[in-house]
Design a protein around this ligand. Structure first.
Ligand code: C2O
Ligand code: CU
Length: 514
């Protein structure tokens, strides 16, 4: 039995939010914090552990119900280790290629501490909130117990400033995951980190592992994410600093159609802009496992390594039939694991901001030479999105006729800035219902001019006959059907992983009936 310690560095807490912080608080009260679910239909009030349901929704499973504990008991493995960590979300200053930026982070870095365990381990993370505002932590992609899912107003009360909350859950499935707040647009700061669940049975057919976190960055460059949100929602013909893309000038991508709402000043790879690129060092002939995480808020990334082809082995944690590509395109919240055999020299690892101007970049070095700074040709050769991959046999969802089908029409747009599911913003309509043990089919129908990476909490789904995923890109005009086993009772957010879309309404709850 091992006990792994991951301790985030304690940071200076400067208790005073300052003028900006107070404005933020006021703004958040006005907006009502949709991603924080304050407006959830069915929640009449919040107790210490979670929501109190309206009479008409007493027939829904609550996060604190016995059945949630029973299902969790079924996940625990004898002899499992406990992985402990402490996260201290707090104001931090980061160095972006020589320019200091003030932001909020889990560490003095653009991404939080790595939390790592083995499948079946108990993950126990204490969150000590040193921010001037409320927060929460969501464990993206993990099929965990509902009361640990980190959605304020639904699965727990928000963690107030100066308050502490301990998350403890079994992580049943191996894979590459990440964690982030489920509160307002906090994800668009440095508030995210990687969670890796190792497979005790995996051969590990590689010599080295590189974790690559991709992010779009604005905070501390003259505008906070909350101010970006205000600019978007208050836009009405205003085009502030050319940063907000509105109306006719939505950014375009040949693969995704409308590519985003925000032209970010920086795109980061492991926290660094291209001007201060990281170097990943290896030896020629080495086989490297790349774990890519798109932690961006409004940007899909198209990733290639100059002079190499990449073999995709997993997406969203689950194995796929190994598929060799020149480039892979990841929406927000998606992950991919890839294998690459390194050549001799120096090569650009580029994550181009899809449909936008700019890219994130690192140098892969195994020998002499200058890495070409240009966009490698591989970016425009064979590009795959992850839902087009085939599942590995072990990850295939057995065929079964759906017991229930929900159709989710994705709607909305820039003017006014409002995004909807079935015509309603979050909180304006009731939940999607499902019963424990059912096979559920969700049909995403995109009626908008933008792509939406749709994410379901607490489950993985099969995309058609394709791979197991928890986040899937739905392109403009496209229909994507996914199926899942309803085996994890509770109330689960289902939403677009564009944080600005989720926060302005593109979110609904998937609720189990008792
Ligand atoms: Cu990573 Cu509800 O999301
Ligand atoms: Cu969206």
């Amino acid at each position: 039995m091992t006990n792994v310690q991951v301790e985030a560095e304690a940071g200076g807490l400067d208790g005073d939010a300052g003028e900006g912080g107070r404005r933020l608080l006021t703004r958040r009260r006005l907006l009502g914090g949709i991603m924080s679910c304050v407006g959830l239909a069915g929640v009449a009030g919040t107790t210490a552990w979670g929501p109190r349901l309206l009479d008409r929704e007493r027939d829904l499973v609550s996060p604190g119900d016995d059945v949630v504990r029973q299902v969790e008991a079924g996940r625990t493995r004898a002899g499992a280790a406990t992985v402990t960590a402490t996260l201290r979300p707090r104001p931090v200053t980061l160095d972006l290629a020589g320019t200091p930026v003030s932001t909020w982070g889990y560490a003095d870095a653009a991404s939080g501490p790595l939390i790592r365990g083995r499948a079946g381990d108990l993950i126990r993370v204490t969150v000590a909130n040193e921010l001037p505002v409320q927060t929460s932590v969501h464990w993206h992609g993990i099929a965990l117990r509902n009361d640990m899912d980190g959605v304020p107003g639904v699965t727990q009360a928000p963690i107030g400033p100066g308050k502490t909350f301990t998350y403890a859950f079994t992580a049943p499935d191996p894979g590459t995951y990440f964690y982030h707040p489920h509160f307002g647009v906090q994800l668009d700061r440095a508030l995210h980190g990687v969670l890796i669940v190792d497979d005790p049975h995996e051969p590990g057919d590689y010599d080295a592992e590189w974790i690559v976190v991709l992010d779009d960055w604005v905070d501390g460059t003259g505008r906070t994410p909350d101010q970006v949100l205000s600019a978007l929602t208050g836009m009405a013909g205003m085009h502030s600093n050319g940063m907000i893309m509105g109306g006719m000038e939505t950014m375009g991508s040949p693969l995704l159609g409308g590519a985003g709402d925000v032209a970010y000043p920086h795109y980061l790879l492991n926290g660094r802009p291209p001007g201060a690129a990281a170097t990943l060092t290896g030896r020629p002939g080495q086989r490297v496992r790349l774990r890519l995480i798109n932690a961006g808020s409004d940007t899909a990334f198209r990733v290639a390594l100059g002079g190499h082809r990449l073999t995709v082995t997993h997406t969203d944690g689950f194995p796929v039939a190994p598929t060799t590509v020149d480039a892979i395109l990841l929406g927000m919240g998606e992950r991919a694991d890839l294998l690459v055999t390194l050549g001799d020299g120096a090569f650009p690892l580029v994550a181009a901001a899809e449909g936008k101007t700019g890219h994130a970049y690192a140098v892969v070095r195994t020998g002499k030479g200058q890495a070409p700074a240009a966009r490698p040709a591989e970016l425009n050769r064979q590009v795959r999105t992850t839902e087009t991959l085939s599942p590995a046999d072990a990850a295939r969802l057995a065929h079964r006729a759906p017991d229930r089908v929900h159709r989710l029409e994705l709607g909305g747009g820039m003017m006014p800035y409002r995004w909807t599911i079935n015509g309603a913003a979050f909180g304006e309509s009731g939940p999607l219902r499902v019963r424990h043990g059912e096979r559920l089919r969700l049909e995403f129908v995109n009626r908008t001019a933008m792509f939406h990476p749709m994410h379901v909490h607490g489950h993985t789904f099969a995309v058609g006959g394709g791979p197991r995923k928890d986040t899937v890109i739905v392109r403009p005009g496209q229909n994507v059907a996914v199926e899942l086993e309803a085996d994890n009772p509770g109330q689960w957010m289902t939403h677009c992983h564009n944080v600005y879309h989720a926060e302005t309404g593109m979110m609904i709850s998937l609720a189990y009936e008792t």
